[in-house]
Ligand binder design. Structure first.
Ligand SMILES: Nc1nc2c(ncn2[C@@H]2O[C@H](COP(=O)(O)OP(=O)(O)O)[C@@H](O)[C@H]2O)c(=O)[nH]1
Ligand SMILES: Nc1ncnc2c1ncn2[C@@H]1O[C@H](COP(=O)(O)OP(=O)(O)O)[C@@H](O)[C@H]1O
Length: 351
């Protein structure tokens, strides 16, 4: 529905919508610009990483939530300049070597990849640390957080609840790293259906006998848990190979060779060290600024009063927004057009 109509409807019916996403903290003033399906909010005088926000009114996520909750919904999302690299989703049956391959990749490229730390209701294994391998949690707490919309996806796997929080993925992207998710096939299907654009890789064992051997040799599960994991493996492999969810299938026979193939499909086979990832460009939005809109370009006129009053023109391009609530909105482009001060014809410098 057209945004203006939607807003009018909300106003006429005095509906109090359910608010999703992370709210911005209060500020001294703001500019609001209505876009097609959301409102752009520019916070005046806030820190660089807290200046651009969106209140989503009619996006895919908002419509989804309206269906689930049966109420009107609006959702907050923080805007981030630039794009994050596509996350990498890795799935495969228990014991196939997902964790081992991910560790190898992260060890070789520590500044390039970051791990999405999932939540789980299963008990920690001996060497596992809370907040590093998983966020170990209670079932009732996780169920409450799922209802509150904190999870990008969740699934019941081998009798326990597992889920990827929106924050887990965004924290990695905020650090300028590419996110790796180790999740089951149901989770991969949910991520495929979400707004998160990712690369999906399924890891296959060379045989069921080898899978059983790896699980037993790992020695982290009871006999009952091993049997449950092996029973589930058949269906997982079947779905992994046939479901169209996955972009690539990798056989983990020889570990080193599989690691090399994984690097190759991520475009990393030629790299000795990780290439630098450029950080976001910062924009300076002083308290005093005015905003106008032409097509998908937001023109911000910043006025700074000093000895000589000067103005800066900044253009914010909102034509290729990515992601959005319940996570950050990425893909914003920002361009400083020029600065001019009150001189000849009002313009004496254009940079
Ligand atoms: N859907 C979903 N699956 C997850 C998540 N975290 C882990 N898993 C999957 O849960 C399954 C069991 O994981 P885990 O208990 O660590 O055992 P392992 O696979 O034997 O190492 C694996 O298939 C994981 O990929 C998550 O956040 N969401
Ligand atoms: N290609 C391989 N050949 C032999 N053993 C492997 C191979 N890949 C992984 N392993 C071993 O198999 C076990 C299960 O691997 P892990 O990474 O924990 O699997 P997953 O995370 O998929 O459950 C570990 O003991 C690991 O060292």
């Amino acid at each position: 529905m057209e945004l203006a109509k939607q807003l009018l409807l909300l106003a006429i019916r005095w509906v109090r919508p359910t608010v999703r996403g992370t709210k911005p903290v209060l500020c001294n003033g703001l500019s609001a610009v209505p876009l097609e399906d959301r409102i752009l909010i520019l916070k005046k005088g806030s820190k660089p990483d807290d200046r651009i926000w969106f209140l989503e009114i009619d996006t895919q996520y908002v419509r989804q939530q309206q269906k689930i909750l049966g109420t009107e919904v609006v959702a907050w999302s923080k805007g981030v300049i630039g794009n994050a690299e596509k996350p990498v989703v890795i799935s495969g049956p228990s014991g196939v070597g997902k964790g081992t391959l991910i560790s190898m990749l992260m060890k070789e490229f520590p500044s390039m990849f970051g791990f999405s730390v999932s939540h789980t209701t299963r008990a920690p294994r001996g060497i596992e640390k809370d907040g590093v391998h998983y966020h170990f949690t209670e079932k009732s707490i996780m169920e409450k957080e799922i209802k509150e919309g904190k999870f990008l996806e969740f699934a019941s796997v081998h009798g326990n609840l597992y889920g990827t929080s929106v924050e887990a993925v965004e924290l990695v992207a905020d650090a300028g790293k590419r996110c790796i998710l180790d999740i089951d096939v149901q989770g991969a299907r949910s991520v495929r259906a979400s707004t998160l654009e990712a690369i999906f890789i399924f890891i296959c064992p060379p045989s069921m006998e080898e899978l059983e051997k790896r699980l037993r040799d790992r020695g982290t599960e009871t006999e009952e848990q091993i049997l449950k994991r092996l029973r589930n493996a058949d269906a997982e492999i079947e779905q992994g190979k046939s479901s169209q969810i996955f972009d690539f299938i990798l056989y983990n026979d020889n570990l080193e060779e599989c690691h090399e193939r994984l690097k190759k499909l991520l475009g990393l086979d030629g790299f000795v060290t990780a290439p630098p990832i450029s950080g976001p460009i910062e924009i300076d939005l002083p308290m005093d600024h005015s905003v106008s809109k032409i097509d998908n370009k937001i023109i911000i006129n910043c006025i700074s009063s000093g000895e000589k009053e000067s103005k800066n023109l900044v253009i914010l391009d909102v034509s290729s927004l990515k992601g959005g609530a319940p996570g950050r909105t990425r893909g914003l482009n920002f361009q400083a057009i020029g600065s001019f001060s009150n001189g000849l014809n009002g313009i004496d410098q254009l940079s």
